[in-house]
Write a protein that binds this ligand. Structure first.
Ligand SMILES: Nc1ncnc2c1ncn2[C@@H]1O[C@H](COP(=O)(O)OP(=O)(O)O)[C@@H](O)[C@H]1O
Ligand SMILES: [Mg+2]
Length: 418
């Protein structure tokens, strides 16, 4: 098979590593890829979807896998399908589940899927009136894509009203905040649960936990994610059953009824309150760094999983996972997440090991050397028969990575090890 992966992060690198384990995967292409994916395949610098589809046809690409949300929201899957190409990733209509939080909340409401009580509005008055009915803390969310920065957990009604006002008048997030979702605060623990969907059928992956805050003990600002582990023992059979029956099944049925059949990754940001599952949000792609810990756990061939999902044949697949755990520790650059850092040369003592590897993200190559040129530079992934063993393997690998200003959290997977 020839496979094209759209994206440039650690997530796409991790998908590529999983595909590389398959004997039937012959060639990998990345659009645009990063300074390490060129060692796994060929980086292609084509941004326009029509031109990329032409390239896929010319090269006889068998399957395209889309990593990030932006091209999905912009309709890459629709363009590829128009050209009769096989693509794993949701259509533009289905991507609205991530592209608009107001659309997503209304969808959950229409289909009776458990979620926090809310309103969505573009009126300051309506926002304020609803805030007055809630008890602080109160959650205020910008409707559109904000790269993980569009959610304010306000400690008082006044703070919530201020946040809503500055979103609605375009100050905080431009057009993405011209509509807001105001919702009640749910007090529980969070899980990242992924379903691979083919429009009708689905396969649930082991539940993961992300670590959004920059610093140990969940302190400091929010980031794109500083680490993850899976499977988490915090998700029991009852939680998986609730997710299937009350979330995934009604979502696939609802999307089909509404003319936006769901073929792709459904990322359920779940909050568990008193053992009950609530949907905080949907994403229409893998989480990053969750993908980096899920891919190494796959026992089933990754190309078969994604190809069957893209072609509506997941019912033929018996998806299997290794009886192991994986922990991923994100190594970030000095000024992340505040501002871009100067590129720094990376020195890695990366001897191949059975139970750890690097997933490269914000890296580029200059004159044969690899440089850290992004916020989240790479992920040290460890696997093992226990979470502790996997974590030790991941942290052992961090000791072999050197670049100026490198930083990471020291407590990834603490929730499972307390
Ligand atoms: N209703 C809620 N109650 C409690 N915490 C929430 C609620 N909604 C969001 N959060 C917190 O804010 C984070 C970001 O919100 P989310 O809806 O996932 O938006 P995004 O990932 O697009 O920034 C969540 O991971 C969660 O920690
Ligand atoms: Mg989220």
């Amino acid at each position: 098979m020839k496979i094209l992966i759209v994206g440039s992060g650690g997530r796409e690198y991790a998908i590529a590593l999983a595909l590389k384990r398959d004997e039937n995967v012959k060639n990998l292409y990345f659009a645009p890829g990063n300074g390490a994916t060129d060692e796994l395949g060929v980086n292609i610098d084509i941004k326009d979807f029509e031109k990329l589809a032409e390239f896929a046809k010319k090269e006889s690409i068998d399957l395209t896998i889309v990593g990030p949300e932006t091209p999905l929201v912009e309709g890459i899957a629709d363009v590829f399908k128009k050209h009769n190409l096989t693509i794993f990733g949701v259509s533009k209509d289905a991507a609205k589940l991530e592209g608009s939080k107001a659309f997503m909340k209304d969808f959950l409401f229409r289909h009776n899927i458990p979620t926090a009580k809310y309103i969505q509005t573009s009126s300051v008055k309506k926002a304020n009136d609803f805030i007055d009915t809630l008890i602080a803390p109160i959650v205020v969310k910008a409707d559109g894509l904000c790269a993980g920065k569009g959610v304010i957990i306000a400690k008082s009604k006044d703070e919530a009203k201020d946040a809503a006002k500055s979103m609605l008048n375009g100050e905080s997030f431009g057009n993405a905040g011209k509509n807001v979702v105001i919702e009640e605060f749910l007090d529980g623990f969070e899980l990242s649960i992924f379903a691979i969907c083919d429009g009708e059928n689905y396969k649930i992956l082991p539940a993961a936990q992300d670590h959004k805050r920059l610093l140990d003990n969940d302190e400091g600002p929010n980031t794109g994610g500083m680490g993850a582990y899976a499977p988490t023992p915090l998700a029991n059979d009852d939680i998986y059953t609730q997710v299937e029956e009350f979330v995934v099944k009604p979502t696939l049925k609802g999307m089909k009824e509404e003319g936006a059949s769901y073929t792709g990754v459904l990322f359920i940001g779940a909050m568990i309150v008193d053992k009950k599952v609530y949907v905080l949000e949907y994403n229409v792609r893998f989480g990053d760094p969750e993908c980096e810990v899920l891919m190494p756990l796959l026992k089933t061939s990754a190309s078969e999983l994604f190809y069957k999902a893209a072609t509506g044949r997941l019912n033929e697949l018996d998806l299997k996972f290794k009886d192991e755990f994986a922990v991923g520790v994100v190594v970030a650059s000095k000024d992340y997440p505040y501002k871009n850092s100067e590129p720094k040369i990376i020195d890695i003592d990366d001897k191949k090991s059975e139970c750890s590897h690097v997933a490269y993200a914000g890296v580029c190559k200059k004159e044969g050397s690899m440089y850290a040129n992004g916020g989240r530079v790479l992920v040290c992934v460890g696997t093992g028969k226990s979470i502790k063993a996997a974590r030790d393997n991941a942290y052992d690998l961090t000791k072999k990575i050197f670049f100026e200003g490198a930083k990471f959290r020291n407590d990834i997977a603490y929730q499972a090890l307390k």
